[in-house]
Design a protein around this ligand. Structure first.
Ligand SMILES: [Cu+2]
Length: 490
């Protein structure tokens, strides 16, 4: 079994890229004022990047791009389905299944018309199959287990090969339903042969996922119907990486959803237009303004806007429970009653009524909220007073005082957000990174779940962050920002 590192080395060697060579980020390409294919020398020659292509390479914050090598005219990628450790927020590393060490898996980027080969190795303990979601390819390449191919056995391999005539935001995923809920998806961006008009300056990919993970274990319960970890590219707020924009730039954000819920993704401070779906580019006549786009399960939505309003703007799922971390019914002290059933059996876990009404004693507040296997009965939690004088201490978090009124504990419904967010939860330093530079102190206490920032910055602040980022990237052994491409002067 070849190690991932070894594999990457081989791929890089195959692509003529030395491990030490400096890769360009999408930003840097953009700063140079040209398209990626023009200012870089590529092994791929002109078949892979078209002279009239004004597309910028898409960036998937917190997720690498998948490198490729050219085999004649074929772009060859290599994906390894395997268990991965994923740090969702500082201090919370969970056991997911993904590809090449990451969940979601690395982003694949090709150009419309490319001949593509993807070697898929299965390093999972059970069979898997790779589906190319929305691809118009011959049925034997569709990855439907049992019907179009045998599942890929543990230790096995399947080689997919197809020519792609489409353009747009696509994705790959395991076609084993429960594996999907373990993280097994990745983005597959097909850039158009001739660039979209109007062209964008920045192009981002965000994959929406959700997991049900009990507070005391690291493995998601893929059978659960409720979720307490909601992620953008495998990270929950405040660990998500903000999208950095220079004031005035036009931006595309490609949103991809694979989970059990639909997510209304909302942007502050700007109106956008939906320019594409999981079926590719939409005609411009359909582009109406909005600021919230519902990304349904198995769908993708491309949104575009001009970042003309300076500021640090939230981009988030607007389902209230998807703006929280680690939420389980143990967290909200909502009842004084003993023995609320939670996760006792599947019927109740899924919210099916056996007796009584949804709010009866038998069912009560935990109905359909059980975090599942392992929890026999919910711990009793009382309405214990929140002490403003004596804030609780936890890990490396900044412990501000919970801001509650003197009579808070006599108010029905208290506490609600006093527990879930606020200065008590701030961890600015623990999630420190160039993209967070200059945010308002304490910001991280209010970022959770499917949340990140779109930072529309004046030129000097923008340059400062890009400079910090360049420095940080220089420290990393290698950065896979540009598949198969290398810096001109190295
Ligand atoms: Cu949501």
């Amino acid at each position: 079994m070849s190690s991932r590192r070894g594999f990457l080395r081989n791929v890089l060697a195959g692509a003529g890229v030395m491990a030490s060579s400096k890769m360009l980020s999408a930003q840097e390409v953009q700063i140079s004022g040209d398209m990626p294919g023009m200012n870089m020398k590529m092994k791929a020659k002109k078949e892979t990047v078209h002279a009239h292509d004004s597309s910028v390479l898409a960036e998937t914050p917190d997720i690498p791009n998948l490198p490729f090598r050219m085999d004649g005219d074929v772009k060859e990628f290599h994906l390894i389905a395997e268990p991965v450790k994923q740090e969702i927020v500082p201090g919370r590393t969970v056991d997911l299944w993904g590809y090449n060490g990451s969940a979601p898996g690395p982003t694949i980027q090709v150009t419309q018309g490319d001949r593509v080969r993807v070697i898929v190795d299965n390093h999972l303990p059970e069979p898997t199959s790779m589906h190319w979601h929305g691809f118009e390819v011959p049925v034997e390449m569709d990855g439907a287990p049992g019907s179009s191919q045998d599942p890929i056995a543990p230790g096995g391999r399947f080689v997919y090969e197809f020519t792609l005539h489409q353009e747009g935001t696509y994705f790959y995923h395991s076609h084993m339903a429960m594996q999907e809920m373990m993280g097994m998806i990745g983005a597959f961006v097909m850039h158009p042969k001739n660039g979209y008009k109007p062209r964008v300056d920045k192009d981002f990919v965000i994959i929406l996922q959700e997991y049900a993970i009990l507070p005391n274990i690291t493995v998601p319960n893929s059978m659960n119907m409720e979720f307490n970890w909601l992620t953008f590219n495998g990270k929950a707020g405040p660990a998500t990486t903000p999208l950095i924009l220079r004031h005035g730039e036009r931006v595309r954000i490609r949103l991809i959803n694979l989970g059990m819920d639909h997510h209304p993704i909302h942007l502050h401070g700007h109106q956008f237009v939906v320019t594409g779906t999981e079926g590719g580019r939409q005609p411009e006549s359909t582009w109406g303004p909005g600021n919230t786009v519902l990304v349904g399960v198995a769908q993708s939505r491309d949104i575009e806007f001009v970042a003309n309003n300076p500021g640090d703007w939230m981009l988030h799922c607007h389902l209230p429970h998807h703006m929280m971390n680690q939420m389980s019914s143990m967290v909200g002290p909502m009842s004084r009653r003993n023995g609320m059933p939670a996760g006792l059996d599947m019927e109740r876990g899924m919210g099916m009524l056996r007796q009584g009404s949804a709010t009866s004693e038998e069912n009560g507040l935990s109905l359909g909220r059980g975090m599942g296997v392992g929890s026999t009965a919910e711990q009793t939690v009382t309405n214990s007073p929140l002490k403003a004088e004596n804030p609780m201490q936890h890990q490396g978090m900044q412990m501000g005082k919970p801001d509650v009124s003197k009579d808070a504990n006599s108010v029905p419904g208290f506490p609600q957000d006093a527990f879930m967010e606020g200065p008590m939860m701030a961890m600015d330093r623990m999630v420190d990174k160039p993209e967070n530079f200059g945010l308002r102190p304490g910001w991280s206490g209010f970022m959770a779940g499917m949340m990140t920032f779109v930072r529309v910055l004046p030129p000097d602040k923008y340059d400062q962050i890009m400079e910090l980022r360049k420095k940080q990237e220089g420290k990393k052994p290698m950065k896979m920002d540009m598949p198969g491409m290398e810096h001109e002067h190295e």
